[in-house]
Design a protein around this ligand. Structure first.
Ligand code: ADP
Length: 490
């Protein structure tokens, strides 16, 4: 790694703590801090959704041409604070505000999401000279930001202010591609030349994700395993050919987590703080979850799950095996929101197993932390998983993950029966409910029959490093690669 300080613009549709539906927000709320702590000039930009009520100041406003209409963009700013070596620091977060596009409830799933994020991408680029910030690299994340890479290459690079700006495009989840009817292309005001199968057309639609993959200098995903998997038909979501073509520019970096937000020793949302030395106190957090979720106060293994409720997460495997699982003296605690089907099914199960199953449907960041701290095991039987943060957060809290070995789960969870030295959880490969049940049974046997070894395992995972220290350095390397590529084509 070369040690020069960089100017980095980090662009994301969600950033914790301002707006969050999943892991993208965790990354966007913590990686920039690690990069900033390393001495870089890092700034974050996101849409200003109606729900964001943080104190912010006006920076500038301008209009953005959207086909024939001019839409007003107001840029606002706040400071995202963090601690680095006990020194209070901060970095700027810009909010792209628009009454027309963002002054409504919710983050996604509006009829005009395509328009909303084209406006966002254009506004981000238009904002830069106005705030006098000329980044070395724009770090784009997921489909919402893909067109930034295209807009630079097809238009802005011709202007001297933008000429040196390179791009890194991170795929957090290839399933969400932002594919919209070709009508939308007119909103770019760049003609139709870039709407063809070599560039942004994807099965007749304009694809935001494809725009990011085709036009970025460097692409990465959130684990090396997922970077390989998405080059295959099984995981490639029909983009495997395109991704294989760019294999030389495609990397994988496993996410870290915020040590300020997720720390069993200082977490203000859990009832009893603990660390590797005082791990026995963890059980008070289990009792607190039992009380909060209406379960009996019993010293039985507690299996936790905190997740978006979507097909990706392998929840049907749990539905298939719940009756077999409930034959054991265990408690199962689920916090999740998403597909109504899963919400109803799990609520149903809660009704059928009172005192054993507790389900909270909704988004609740503080309850999530109590479950991470209170459960003994954390279940994640995902069909696919680009990185997965649930298992990493649970490890940080000494809660042993039971996962399907796919993507980032395969990279971060090593089966204890396979490797007693490096093992930190339990995993299965085949996507089948029988395999999942067998793996939970292995974990339960270990928990009940060899409590000393289990405790040693808990202590060991509590001592491991899940911070951004190493991944942030890897991102710096990618930024230098992107900058080098941009300079070489100019
Ligand atoms: P994904 O990004 O696919 O949703 P990850 O495991 O990478 O999955 O990240 C999920 C993040 O969202 C974690 O921080 C998890 O704790 C959080 N999360 C998911 N569902 C909920 C919920 N219902 N309430 C609170 N936090 C949640």
């Amino acid at each position: 790694m070369i040690d020069k300080k960089l100017k980095i613009l980090f662009v994301s549709a969600e950033v914790s703590p301002y707006a969050k539906t999943g892991g993208l927000a965790d990354v966007a709320g913590s990686l920039p801090k690690a990069l900033s702590a390393a001495g870089n000039d890092v700034r974050v930009v996101m849409p200003r959704y109606k729900s964001i009520q943080s104190k912010m100041s006006y920076v500038t406003d301008f209009s953005v041409q959207m086909d024939n209409a001019k839409e007003t963009c107001i840029v606002r700013e706040t400071e995202m604070e963090y601690n680095s070596g006990n020194i209070a620091k901060s970095l700027p977060v810009y909010f792209i505000d628009s009454y027309h596009y963002y002054d409504r409830e919710g983050i996604y799933c509006h009829f005009d999401d395509g328009d909303r994020f084209i406006f966002f991408c254009k506004a981000v680029l238009e904002m830069l000279p106005k705030i006098n910030f000329q980044p070395d690299v724009i770090h784009c994340n997921d489909w919402h930001t893909g067109p930034i890479c295209m807009l630079l290459a097809e238009h802005y690079h011709k202007q001297s202010f933008y000429a040196n700006i390179s791009t890194v495009y991170t795929i957090h989840n290839l399933e969400y591609q932002g594919n919209f009817s070709p009508d939308i292309v007119r909103l770019f005001n760049l003609g139709y030349d870039f709407f063809n199968p070599d560039k942004t057309e994807f099965y007749g639609q304009f694809s935001f994700m494809k725009a990011g993959i085709v036009y970025s200098d460097i692409i990465n995903t959130v684990s090396e395993m997922y970077a390989k998997e998405i080059q295959t038909p099984q995981y490639g979501e029909k983009m495997e050919g395109l991704l294989s073509k760019r294999a030389h520019d495609l990397f994988g970096i496993v996410n870290g987590i915020s040590y300020e937000q997720f720390d069993p020793e200082t977490d203000q949302w859990i009832v009893k703080n603990y660390n590797a030395d005082s791990y026995k106190d963890k059980k008070e957090n289990k009792q607190a979850v039992q009380k909060e979720m209406g379960l009996p106060l019993k010293a039985v293994p507690m299996i936790g799950l905190v997740s978006r409720l979507s097909g990706q997460k392998g929840l049907n495997l749990i539905l298939e095996q719940i009756d077999n699982l409930m034959k054991y003296d265990v408690q199962f605690v689920l916090l999740g929101t998403g597909d109504e089907y899963y919400e109803n099914e799990f609520k149903n199960i809660e009704g059928r197993y009172p005192g054993k199953v507790a389900v909270y449907t909704g988004f609740n960041a503080t309850l999530a932390q109590r479950i991470y701290a209170g459960a003994d095991m954390f279940l994640m039987p995902s069909r696919f998983e680009p990185c997965g943060l649930g298992q990493i957060i649970s490890l940080r809290y000494g809660t042993i993950p039971v996962v399907r070995a796919t993507g980032g789960l395969a990279e971060t969870v090593i089966d204890y029966d396979f490797d007693k030295v490096k093992g930190n959880g339990f995993s299965f490969e085949e996507f089948s409910s029988e395999e999942m049940l067998k793996t939970i049974e292995r974990a339960l046997r270990f928990y009940t029959k060899d409590s000393e070894a289990w405790e040693n395992l808990v202590v060991r995972v509590l001592q491991m490093d899940y911070s951004w220290n190493i991944p942030a350095k890897k991102y710096m390397d990618l930024y230098y690669l992107a900058i080098g590529k941009r300079r070489s084509v100019k």
